[in-house]
Every structure is written in structure tokens, then in C-alpha cells.
Design a protein around this ligand. Structure first.
Ligand code: ZN
Length: 115
């Protein structure tokens, strides 16, 4: 492992919070959902309603019941793809530089702008 890792590297992942993604492998394969959180350090994403974990909670106040909380579990970021509404599935994306200087992610298949 090299110790000379640049901190100002270009973003490694194309997936961002609020993106619609499709899971392409693992337990939740084929399912789609909205990205709640991206953990770039660990290379994981949390997708709304997917890979739910059940956690036991202890009562915090007197008279309150403990229970089971459902929480989204991490999904490996390489197991999700951006969802293209035109292709109706997860797709690979390319970055397109617009004349305005904006960078858009476009579907590698149909060139639909995803965001
Ligand atoms: Zn497409």
C-alpha cells in the first residue's frame, strides 16, 4: 500500500445522496431505492428500504418500551448502479461536460442525463 495518497483526489464514486439506484448483486439484487447516505471511506451506500437490519433498542425513559428498530444496512457501493428511468434499470454512467461547464452523469446506454 502506498502512503502517498492524495487527499484532493477526484471523487471516486459517481453515486451521491438522493440518487435512485438499482442493486446489481447480493441479497437485494434487482431492487431499487433512494440513496440515503454514502460512506466514501468504506465504499458503502445506504439505500432507503433496502438491506434492512433489525436492531434492539433499550427503553430510554421510564415507562417507554424497548423494541426493534429497523435500520438500513450498508451495501457495497460496487453493488449498485445509478438507475436510468429510460432504460428502467441500473446502468453504467459516463460524465458529460456541458458547454456551461457543468458535469452531468449520463446513461452509458441511452445517453439520458441522470443528474
Ligand atoms: Zn438509459
Amino acid at each position: 500500500m502506498s502512503s502517498q495518497v492524495k487527499k484532493e483526489e477526484a471523487p471516486k464514486y459517481k453515486i451521491r445522496k438522493e440518487d435512485q439506484v438499482q442493486v446489481i448483486s447480493g441479497k437485494a439484487k434487482g431492487k431499487t431505492g433512494k440513496v440515503l447516505r454514502v460512506d466514501k471511506e468504506k465504499g458503502r451506500v445506504y439505500v432507503e428500504g433496502l438491506n434492512m437490519l433489525h436492531k434492539h433498542s433499550k427503553p430510554r425513559k421510564q415507562g417507554e418500551k424497548g423494541g426493534i428498530i429497523k435500520l438500513e444496512g450498508p451495501i457495497n457501493i460496487s453493488n449498485v448502479q445509478l438507475y436510468c428511468s429510460k432504460c428502467k434499470r441500473g446502468v453504467r454512467t459516463r460524465i458529460r461536460l456541458q458547454d456551461s461547464g457543468a458535469r452531468n452523469r449520463v446513461c452509458a446506454k441511452c445517453s439520458e442525463v441522470i443528474g
